[in-house]
Design a protein around this ligand. Structure first.
Ligand SMILES: *Cc1c(COP(=O)(O)O)cnc(C)c1O
Length: 354
């Protein structure tokens, strides 16, 4: 029986996407060859790559607006470094909202001067800093839109004249935003887009080519753009499966439609956390993420009982990150609301039992 998959990443994909991807691994388009044993220069794969790149811009509303989409490797973690190498000349600003922002800061510090514009480290990152000043002399401001580990999300982005760089690994394609406010967006595929192995980068082309340092070829966005996102052999399976997920999303009605579903799931989840006296939420209410809900048991003695009940209900992947403890329910686009209902039922059953 298929489990209710709340894994934070790699994470749930639509069932029909898994089926299509599985078929393609055995025999792509009934041509007698597996997708993963043909040339990435074949027409079949070049079409997949181009379709995936076009779907990204279409779904984000960025077509014809000077942006390019790239499917790279090295994870969002390589983007911590690559964004700085390509964009940081004098000074960049970072908003520190948790573990991933912290890692982005550490990598960028190896490249140049950075300042921490704001941080929520004073409260173990359970909120999003607001109302901070953004200096106007920055090469860019780096943000993390959704903090996967802590379960917080930026709801309103700073208005500033400096370019915005945003790590959207765990909430890309989940909510309607004016994506033209960002100059560079990156996201590891494995949270809301596809399997692990590829990282999406969406960059405004005019931002590039301004730094004086010599860039290694493989770390140069312009070289990747010039090569059609095929500077070296791309991760064909990850790109194909991401393309299938993007097609699925388009068929479901795009970001606006999925956002409504995500809101329903989040409302159901957070109402239970708020109303059930056995649980308390971790993140500040106004900053809660619809993607990752973090919560704890008020009485840790109930942990064993609760964990057993979760297991019996086929609920998987709800353990919290070690830096927060407790539980984390990741409710990415592909998670059906029925899974959230199943989790909420177990929580209320526990209340009836206790
Ligand atoms: C998971 C995650 C990362 C790291 O992604 P990798 O692809 O494993 O490098 C970075 N940022 C955020 C917000 C994440 O959720």
């Amino acid at each position: 029986m298929k489990k209710h998959n709340f894994s934070a990443g790699p994470s749930i994909l639509p069932q029909e996407v898994l089926q299509q991807a599985a078929n393609a691994v055995i025999d792509y388009n009934n041509e007698g060859l597996s997708l993963i044993e043909i040339s990435h220069r074949s027409k079949a794969f070049v079409d997949i790559m181009e379709n995936a790149r076009a779907l990204v811009l279409e779904l984000l509303g960025l077509e014809g607006k000077g942006y390019k989409a790239l499917f790279l490797q090295g994870g969002a973690s390589l983007q911590f470094l690559m964004t700085a190498m390509n964009l940081l000349e004098k000074k960049a600003g970072y908003v520190n909202t948790g573990a991933w922002s912290g890692k982005a800061i550490k990598e960028a510090q190896k490249i140049g001067d950075i300042i921490e514009v704001a941080s929520s480290g004073d409260a173990n990152f359970n909120y999003i800093p607001k109302g901070f000043e953004v200096p106007s002399d920055l090469d860019y401001l780096h943000l993390t839109s959704n903090n996967t580990i802590f379960g917080t999300q930026i709801k309103s982005f700073p208005t500033t004249s400096v370019p915005l760089v945003c790590d959207m690994s765990s909430d890309i394609f989940s909510r309607v935003l004016d994506f033209t406010q960002f100059d560079l967006i990156y996201a590891g595929a494995q949270k809301n887009m596809g399997p692990a192995g590829t990282t999406l980068v969406v960059v405004k082309e005019e931002l590039l080519g301004k730094v004086t340092r010599t860039l290694p070829t493989i770390l140069d966005y312009q070289k990747h753009i010039g090569a059609g996102s095929m500077l070296n052999t791309p991760p064909v399976f990850a790109v194909y499966t991401s393309m299938l997920t993007l097609e699925w999303l388009k068929k479901e009605g795009g970001i606006a439609a999925i956002e409504k579903e995500n809101e329903k799931k989040a409302t159901l989840m957070y109402s239970e956390i708020d109303l059930n006296p056995l649980f308390k939420g971790f993140a500040a209410t106004e900053d809660r993420s619809p993607m990752n809900a973090t919560f704890n048991l008020v009485n840790e003695n109930l942990k064993e009982t609760f964990d057993t009940m979760l297991k019996e209900a086929g609920i998987s992947g709800v353990n919290g990150h070690r830096s927060v403890g407790g539980y984390r329910a990741s409710m990415y686009n592909a998670l059906p609301i029925a899974s959230v209902q199943a989790l909420v039922e177990v929580m209320s059953e526990l209340e009836n039992k206790a």
